[in-house]
Ligand binder design. Structure first.
Ligand SMILES: Cc1ncc(COP(=O)(O)O)c(C=O)c1O
Length: 378
């Protein structure tokens, strides 16, 4: 049925395929029958296969079984779900929190709920696809502002009356740069706008693990709502909204992806609880991540590879064409390294996206640097 369309995707080198892994997530994996060093995952702290996380999930399966059987509102949730919400509210220093089944479900449920009474949304042009889809589902007027351009955002905000919501990623997932949250927050406060941040790649990474607001020294307040995921630095699955009690109660009553979807299985929740506790108890995990990030970034810069966009463990190497990105990923593959080519429509400019984690060793990073040497200018 879609023969012509698929042929066109192939012709433009944009056809995708699913890659299966035969080993747990980690710095060394086996995919397609070959062992590879893995620089593709968002498991920034190496918790996806941490023995305590795995044990917590197994014990929860013994106690609660697996499937939740129904939405939270129909008793699909266990006491663990409630405990994770309390834990996240404490971790983020907010009045309350609410779980969602994924980051995608959070953004597509929360944004329409926030914009329900005729608000205008202001969204950074490089926000994640789930934010773009959330804005679309809301049917609210959405003004897209140039990437990280607070001056432009300010003049656009001043033109609109009524409820206004500014939506931004804290860390942009394909460029690895950080939103100027301090300036955006000041602007929102002056203008009386609600600030909604997607902290998916900042939680567990920035602000000693507490996320984007902590990184900028911003105290949570009722006009800020944070969304974050358990699927990245926490190595688990699912997401949360954290904010004031009234906005969280509003979401519980109106966010359709929360209301009309079965609760996450208790073992997933137990894994997330354990991961949050590990991040809180072991600040060395986040320190290690940043040491590794520094080692890799310095090595790349020394070789003359331009990584100027990146400020975080997400380090894209941009290329002129899709074919160049595919060639670079293939040559890394030959050297036993997995780092994927990212192509339109996920990004405008093709790139190989490298992510480094706390679980990588110096030897892993040196091997990646050797494999990339031929792309350096020095
Ligand atoms: C910024 C951002 N928000 C939301 C999501 C979606 O999160 P999840 O994978 O938990 O659905 C992702 C990741 O895929 C992301 O990068």
């Amino acid at each position: 049925m879609f023969e012509r369309e698929l042929a066109e995707l192939k012709r433009r080198h944009l056809a995708r395929r699913v890659i299966s892994r035969d080993t747990p997530q980690g710095p060394e994996i086996r995919i397609q029958g070959r062992r590879r060093l893995n620089f593709s995952s968002n498991d920034y702290l190496g918790l996806a296969n941490h023995p305590e996380v795995v044990r917590a999930a197994a014990e929860a399966a013994q106690r609660y079984g697996f499937g939740a059987g129904a939405s939270r509102l129909l008793c699909g949730g266990s006491g663990l779900h409630r405990r994770l919400e309390d834990r996240i509210a404490a971790f983020k220093s907010t009045g309350a929190a609410l779980l969602f089944n994924s980051g995608y479900a959070a953004n597509t449920g929360i944004i329409p709920a926030l914009a329900a009474s005729g608000a205008t949304i202001f969204s950074d042009e490089l926000n994640h696809a789930s934010i773009i889809d959330g804005c679309g589902l809301s049917r609210a007027k959405t003004v897209v502002y140039p990437h990280r351009d607070v001056g432009r955002l300010s003049s656009l905000l001043a033109r609109e009356k009524g409820r206004r919501i500014v939506v931004t990623d804290s860390v942009f997932s394909m460029d690895g740069d950080i939103a100027p949250l301090g300036e955006i927050h000041d602007l929102c406060r002056r203008q009386g706008a609600l600030l909604y941040i997607d902290d998916a790649h900042a939680t567990g990474v920035l602000g000693r693990g507490r996320g984007g607001l902590a990184h900028f020294g911003i105290d949570p307040d009722p006009m800020i709502l944070q969304m974050g995921t358990f699927s990245k630095a926490f190595g688990s699955f699912g997401a949360f909204a954290a904010g004031g009690e009234d906005v969280i109660t509003w979401l519980l009553n109106t966010a359709r992806s929360f209301i009309f979807s079965t609760a996450l299985p208790a073992p997933v929740i137990a894994a997330s609880l354990k991961a949050v506790s590990l991040v809180s108890r072991h600040p060395s995990l986040v320190r290690r991540l940043w040491e590794n990030r520094q080692m890799l970034a310095e090595g790349l810069r020394d070789m003359g590879i331009d990584i100027s966009a990146s400020e975080t463990p997400i380090i894209p190497i941009k290329t002129q064409s899709v074919r160049d990105a595919l060639r670079m990923a293939a040559s890394l593959g030959e050297a036993g390294i997995y780092a994927p080519a990212i192509r339109p429509p996920a990004v405008r400019q093709p790139r190989v996206r490298i992510t480094v984690s706390a679980a990588h060793t110096e030897r892993h990073i040196s091997r990646l640097l050797s494999a990339l040497r031929r792309y350096g200018k020095r």
